[in-house]
Design a protein around this ligand. Structure first.
Ligand SMILES: CC(C)(COP(=O)(O)OP(=O)(O)OC[C@H]1O[C@@H](n2cnc3c(N)ncnc32)[C@H](O)[C@@H]1OP(=O)(O)O)[C@@H](O)C(=O)NCCC(=O)NCCS
Length: 247
């Protein structure tokens, strides 16, 4: 298997996009990612990696230049990082790559559970350090949080196993490679919709005020019947990878 950036291999763009996802429908309605997700791939091909097994793309990773540090990590984590990337890409100036934010890692459904994600993250750390990155952040989506949407994100993120590593497998993959959990990004992704849209996205009735749990949601959706809308606010977890050379 070989990993390439889209800057090295622009011919792999179609392969990069060919890895199907399995996000719940509502997760594809974030107004920010609607525009900025693709703009970031075009604008920063050196920060988008694809793992090829022969001719088949089996994993990919998205990242963008980022300007915040440990003291000012934005509560709007994912949305903030992508919005800024879109603006930077539109400006067209050479990006400062000393600080980078991860956006997504995705392993092809047929290849999950083989350890590819850790290898991809390790490769991203190595490559981004070679591009001059010293601080790699990520508004990490804890993959198992949706089994307990009513648990506070901070409590969930801090939960560790007997060996001291996070209980959540995706947070664990980051920490095992040297990442450090910093804080929660409480409003990392905001997805608003009318009640009719939410019914279409989830198949649920959305006919009562309050909190509604949806499959795949890390937190419940807030429903306001009188005003005909519901809003999902996703908490993510800021993780920091210090990529400065040791010593
Ligand atoms: C999250 C994702 C990238 C992990 O990739 P993967 O290659 O399947 O995972 P790995 O085989 O490298 O395993 C990573 C850890 O997760 C654990 N894991 C994998 N699948 C799991 C499952 N279904 N349930 C519980 N743990 C699981 C592994 O045991 C491993 O932990 P450990 O080695 O510390 O025990 C992949 O599942 C994916 O693409 N998911 C959809 C997109 C996504 O959620 N991306 C992350 C947020 S952007």
């Amino acid at each position: 298997m070989q990993t390439h950036s889209l800057a090295e291999r622009p011919d792999l763009l179609d392969a990069f996009w060919s890895i199907a996802g399995d996000w719940p429908t509502f997760m594809l309605q974030d107004p920010t990612s609607d525009r900025a997700y693709e703009a970031a791939v075009d604008g920063f091909p050196q920060l988008h990696l694809v793992v090829m097994d022969g001719d088949v793309a089996v994993a990919r990773l998205h990242a963008v230049p980022f300007a915040c540090g440990l003291d000012d990590l934005p509560p709007r984590g994912w949305d903030h990082a992508l919005q800024r990337a879109e603006w930077l890409a539109a400006k067209g100036a050479p990006p400062d790559l000393s600080t980078i934010s991860l956006i997504e890692a995705r392993v092809a459904m047929s290849r999950r559970g083989e350890g590819l994600s850790g290898a991809l993250l390790a490769e991203a750390r190595r490559r981004f350090a070679a591009l001059g990155c010293r601080d790699l952040f990520g508004p990490v989506r804890p993959t198992r949080k949706w089994f307990e949407p009513r648990t506070g994100a901070d409590e969930y993120a801090r939960r560790v196993r007997e060996d001291g590593l996070p209980v959540d497998p995706w947070l664990r993959a980051h920490v095992r490679l040297g990442g450090r959990i910093v804080q929660v990004a409480p409003v990392s992704m905001t997805i608003p919709g009318t009640l009719a849209q939410w019914r279409e996205w989830t198949g649920l009735p959305f006919d009562e005020d309050g909190l509604v749990e949806v499959e795949g949601g890390l937190a419940p959706v807030h429903v306001d019947v009188a005003n005909d809308h519901a809003v999902y606010v996703e908490p993510n977890v800021w993780v920091h990878h210090d990529l400065r050379p040791a010593g």
